[in-house]
Design a protein around this ligand. Sequence first.
Ligand code: SAM
Length: 277
Amino acid sequence: MPGMLYLVPTPIGNLGDISIRCRQALEEADFIAAEDTRVTLKLLNHLGIKKNLVSYYEHNKAQKGDVILDRILAGETCALVSDAGSPAISDPGEELVKQCAEAGITVCAIPGPCAVITALSISGQSTGRFCFEGFLSTAKKSRREHLEALIGEQRTMIFYEAPHKLLSTLEDMAQVFGSERPISLCRELTKLHEEVVRTTLGDAIELYTQQPPKGEFVLVVAGAQPPVKEEFTAVDAAQRVKQLMEEGLSRKDAVKQTAKELDLPKNVVYDAALNAE
Ligand code: SAM
């Protein structure tokens, strides 16, 4: 019988956020795959857990993934943790989950700390529809391309960002989305110096020019306003039908085309055209 893969979220700052179920999964696993074994060792020491640790990070995941998979196939249970937060979300783990799923291994994700959701919920921005954009590229060109692809995005957008890149990211965002676009900068969540600055892109640039950014940030940016729909009246519709008929279209086709062009119901356009005669 193959074992299982548990995805075990760990605190993003406050050690009190480790859940009973996460602690149990760490205790019961045959081994723990960790992004940085030194970071995880500190957490395990805090929890009083001693366990075999295997490192699994961005640059060894190709070969370590196979080793972990073989151990699970041989019957062992693995708990995957990252340095902080939910494994597989902008963290190594995505590949391991794919590998396990393809091999028919059961993957169990334990819910828990995750910076993106913590930031969204505290942001004060609309939470009904959102998209997670992860980290922007460090290369200016691809960072701009990524942001430009989001110009018309109406959902709330969430980004992870490192403090040393914050200002240039805010400047790029202000150029692409406009300096009046609302943003919530969620810093050091669940830690002693937790702070949420709810402002605009322009004011955020001013703030962090005066006060160099420190700590970990999640940026929650308001989506674009929906485009204002032009309101067409019955008079507009009747005029357009008349014009199209003068150009040679039948009344039926002129009504059909006008309805399409002005995004109005066909019967409304038809009545408007008749009333205008
Ligand atoms: N998998 C993790 C999660 O989803 O919670 C995220 C890992 S990602 C490598 C690290 C990024 O998450 C940081 O650069 C920062 O943008 C964000 N982050 C993590 N902890 C945070 C915290 N306590 N406060 C604010 N942002 C945090």
